[in-house]
Design a protein around this ligand. Structure first.
Ligand code: ADP
Length: 480
């Protein structure tokens, strides 16, 4: 990897301001399956030690003024921007997304630090008119304490800063466990955090045995909040484990996003939105459109336009010129997409574009569009997490809403229509945490990101994101 600053490529973990552990787990480039680095295989005892240091660091960090903490977080933001090229290259090398998209993620990730550095100063409390003439009700917001953050591989930078930025801003200390597939971006961010002046023990990043580390982070009484982004399956395990010590939990889990196109939509905008919502990160985001629902009057023409755009998507190594679709994260991800295509075709779906492994081999698969898709098919019930766009037909608005809500997930939804009444009605009826109305991309540090139903608990980003890491304290001040 040709970095300007080779010291950003770490092979050890950060605990209490020191780099520890021996490089043991090999990190592979999903595009070539070549080894690009290795990181320690830490376990439960190491997690316990990291928690202890985070606990020790908490009193000092939480008592610093918000402005002082904000300055350090702001400096961290600036260092991310200064090192954007290197961070993007590390990210692409371990995750696969095209370099331009990786640079976009670094900007997005850094924006969370910028936002929370500012927001640190606005963790306001409240006074409430009292029930007693000689007493006053005051509510303050206090940091919960040690926070554990467990993050996934699809956004190796942004999922860290979205959690850690908010937690640090309010005065919490953190133990972070990045995904085993993408630890190098996390460790590079930790290095920049050190350079920004985050004190020892305030931010600890550990890699290794997910299950063991997860068990310690969710059961250790010193950890007061667990914030997790990943699969619904693992989210349920972590929530169950948190029950014994009643921790605050914030979970951002899987989705099954409907993308609804009505007869009266601007079709060109809808196709552009569908490509963005479906194929970003090669379909590997939790808000990716998983089911494209199109009203019968425009069904055929929408498919024709969509197919034309999808056929243009250039697949290849993320560092290649003009590439917009990288590899999937691993072989299992490719098999899942294949399985969804096979099941759908057996049940009557038709391939319009793609449908097979890409000639590049390895973890590459062709961007695919399927038509004549029905709800009996696996791909409408499960999150595909790949570049597969299944298009279903519906007749009425009621049917569209019923189809959209017919899932235990409730993260994002998208709808395209030029009828303002319909936009409001449908957006309000959708059982999700986020709706794109004539928009295919939702994520920004300024808005609350999160889901309902089995897609999770809590919100990240914006001032809502602060709430996961503070507790309200009510004081009744009497004797006046
Ligand atoms: P994905 O489908 O994105 O790989 P996972 O839920 O499997 O999602 O992984 C998300 C994160 O959770 C990763 O950091 C992974 O290492 C971690 N993880 C997976 N299983 C467990 C577990 N049993 N306990 C704690 N963390 C886990």
């Amino acid at each position: 990897m040709n970095l300007k600053d080779a010291s950003l490529l770490k092979s050890r973990c950060l605990v209490n301001g020191e780099w520890i552990g021996n490089p043991e787990i090999v990190v592979e480039n999903p595009s070539t399956n070549e080894a690009i680095g290795s990181v320690p295989r830490l376990g439960g005892a190491d997690a316990r030690l990291a928690i202890k240091h985070a606990q020790t660091a908490f009193p000092h960090w939480s008592r610093m003024t918000a402005k002082e903490r904000g300055k350090i977080i702001r400096r961290w933001y600036e260092l991310m921007i200064e090192n954007k090229d290197d961070l993007a290259l590390i990210l692409t090398s371990e995750q696969g997304k095209p370099l331009a998209e990786a640079a976009g993620e670094i900007d997005y990730a850094a924006n969370f630090l910028e936002f929370f550095a500012e927001e640190a100063k606005r963790v306001y409390g409240e006074t409430i008119p009292s029930h007693k003439a000689n007493a006053r009700i005051v509510v303050t917001k206090q940091p919960v304490g040690v926070v554990a953050a467990i993050t996934p591989w699809n956004f190796p930078a942004a999922m860290i800063t979205r959690k850690v930025g908010a937690a640090l801003a309010v005065g919490c200390t953190v133990v972070c466990k990045p995904a085993t597939e993408t630890p190098l971006t996390a460790l590079a961010l930790a290095e920049l955090g050190q350079r920004a002046g985050i004190p020892a023990g305030v931010l600890n990043v550990i890699t290794g045995k997910s299950f063991e580390i997860g068990e310690e982070l969710t059961s250790n009484p010193a950890v007061r909040a667990v914030t997790f982004t990943g699969s619904t399956e693992v989210g349920k395990i972590l929530m169950r484990q948190c029950a014994s010590t009643i921790k605050k939990v914030a979970l951002e889990l899987g989705g099954n996003a409907p993308f609804i196109v009505f007869d009266d939509a601007d079709l060109h905008a809808a196709v552009k939105g569908a490509v963005e919502a479906k194929f970003r990160n090669t379909g590997q985001t939790c808000v990716c459109a998983n089911r494209i629902l199109v009203q019968s009057g425009v069904y055929s023409v929408f498919i024709e336009l969509l197919a034309k755009e999808v056929a243009k998507l250039k697949v290849g190594d993320g560092t290649g010129r003009g590439v917009v679709q990288g590899p999937l994260i691993n072989a299992a991800a490719v098999r899942k997409v294949e399985e969804h295509i096979k099941d759908a075709v057996e049940l009557g779906a038709e391939i319009v574009v793609g449908g097979e492994r890409h000639e590049l081999g390895g973890n590459f698969i062709q961007p695919t569009v399927l038509k004549n898709v029905t709800t009996s098919m696996l791909l409408t019930r499960e999150e595909t997490f790949g570049p597969l766009a299944p298009v279903c037909k519906f007749e009425t608005e009621e049917e569209a809403v019923a189809l959209a809500n017919d899932t235990p997930s409730g993260l994002a939804a998208y709808l395209y229509s030029r009828d303002i009444g319909r936009c409001w009605r449908v957006a309000e009826a959708l059982e999700v945490g986020m709706v794109g109305v004539n928009e295919g991309l939702l994520a920004t540090e300024l808005a609350p990101f999160g889901g309902v139903k089995e897609s999770g608990l809590g919100r990240e980003g914006s001032h809502y994101g602060i709430e996961e890491f503070v507790e309200a304290k009510y004081m009744l001040v009497g004797g006046l």
